[in-house]
Design a protein around this ligand. Structure first.
Ligand code: ZN
Length: 87
């Protein structure tokens, strides 16, 4: 199983959290970025995951997401505690 040249969607999504966390080697990051450049599906997953992580990691920051969307997302993530009427 030497599939270094072309990462497939399954492999990419399996490493996605490490990629976002910056835990992958430069070489693997390049492979992922190469795949992302040609795969809209994985781009969407990456963007959604990043946004979710941003929301979770910085609930105090102002996030350009409508309140109802945020509320729905947080409910799905069972993070109701983060939903506060912050003026
Ligand atoms: Zn893909």
């Amino acid at each position: 199983m030497t599939d270094h040249a072309h990462m497939n969607c399954e492999a990419l999504l399996g490493s996605l959290s490490e990629y976002i966390d910056g835990e992958l080697s430069l070489e693997l990051c390049r492979e992922i970025e190469k795949h992302l450049a040609g795969c809209e599906n994985c781009r969407v997953v990456l963007n959604t995951t990043r946004r979710t992580i941003d929301l979770v990691q910085s609930p105090a920051e102002s996030v350009p997401v409508p309140d109802d969307v945020r509320e729905r997302l947080f409910k799905r993530l069972n993070l109701d505690d983060y939903i506060k009427p912050n003026s």
